[in-house]
Design a protein around this ligand. Structure first.
Ligand code: SF4
Length: 340
């Protein structure tokens, strides 16, 4: 391979951080951490052959460079080409767009909610919404859940995540047995605040998750960890171009108010009085969609900036009137490269 030129596969995107870089394999949904210098050598090194590049190194660093190349090659992050083959591999288009005006929505419910379900779901259908999160904070009747899911079944929503706080009157087993065969767009159920022994539900199709130590509320969001990274191409490209949490999202909160996020205070009217489509077209509503991690303090120097969910509701040291602070519920320090 010494007379060949190393190239990253187009689906393997290198990202430099302040202290280290990472390469994200968007096809196999995995990543590895690598030194920034290695990314520079492969992407900016003038597309030199391995043997030409090695001449630029001290004796000690040569074997390290070769070891890294072998490692990346073995894991299929890079491949080797001859110099006359370089233009056989055009760059991937890094734009992101979607035909739907709104791609994802959150509906919140508590015992006092008086939502007009027909109007909400007609609105979600008008904007082409595909993914819906239903959050129920208080006790609810199975019939009421069925009413919500029936409304969603008559729309183009393809994926529903149900989240609720545990209460003894209605087992998740009962919810699963009465919903999984009827509502094919219900893909996950997350139960908060219940002990493991209280939840024994297994479903062939619906993913059931249990959060023993947490309670669901409108402020329950923005947690960032390695485990929550989203490593697919769609998310990566959306994050490069738009805000990875708020872009094309609409929320109807427990009071029926239309918002960008359940935890944010800015309100764009009651869904009883405004249309979701008109709100989604307002420039004030769309303003936060454009905040990418490349503009967020600290995050702009982090190698994980295109694979982690953003949070604009809870920011570290938010400067007055600014919306560009690091998500407060992230404990990664890009400078040290450590999770604190
Ligand atoms: S520092 Fe910012 S970009 Fe990096 S993992 Fe945390 S939230 Fe994501």
């Amino acid at each position: 391979m010494s007379d060949k030129i190393p190239l990253f596969f187009e689906c393997c995107r290198p990202v430099k951080g302040i202290s280290q870089g990472a390469v994200f394999d968007l096809q196999r949904e995995r990543y590895i951490s690598v030194p920034n210098d290695l990314i520079d050598i492969i992407t900016l090194g003038g597309k030199k052959t391995v043997s030409d590049t090695i001449q630029d190194f001290d004796e000690d660093d040569r074997s390290t460079y070769q070891d890294y190349l072998e490692y990346l090659y073995k894991l299929e992050y890079i491949f080797f080409v001859d110099s006359d083959q370089l233009n056989w591999y055009p760059p991937m288009n890094m734009d992101w767009d979607h035909p739907s005006e709104i791609t994802n929505a959150i509906l919140e419910f508590d015992t006092n909610s008086k939502h007009d379900l027909d109007k909400i779901f007609k609105g979600l259908e008008d904007v082409g919404c595909l993914a819906l999160e239903i959050r129920i904070y208080d006790e609810f009747e199975l019939d009421y859940l069925a009413e919500i899911l029936d409304c969603a079944a008559n729309t183009g929503i393809t994926s529903i995540a149900l989240k609720y706080n545990y209460f003894p009157g209605l087992s998740s087993e009962k919810i699963i047995s009465s919903t999984e065969k009827k509502y094919f767009n219900l893909h996950s159920i997350e139960v908060y605040g219940a002990k493991k022994e209280e939840i024994s539900t297994v479903s062939q199709r619906v993913k059931v998750l249990l959060h023993e130590d947490q309670l669901l509320s409108s402020t329950h969001c923005g947690f960032i960890s390695k485990e929550s990274f989203i490593l697919n191409k769609t998310f990566f490209l959306e994050s490069m171009n738009f805000n990875s949490c708020l872009n094309r999202k609409v929320v109807v909160d427990v009071k029926g108010q239309v918002k960008n996020c359940p935890a944010m205070t800015e309100i764009f009217g009651s869904h009883h009085e405004v249309s979701l489509q008109n709100v989604a077209r307002e420039s004030a509503f769309q303003a936060k969609w454009a905040i990418t991690k490349d503009e967020v303090i600290v995050c702009k120097s982090c190698e994980f900036r295109y694979v982690c969910l953003d949070c604009r509701a809870f920011q570290a040291n938010p400067a007055e009137g600014q919306l560009h602070g690091k998500p407060i519920k992230c404990n990664y320090d890009p400078l040290s490269g450590e999770w604190l």
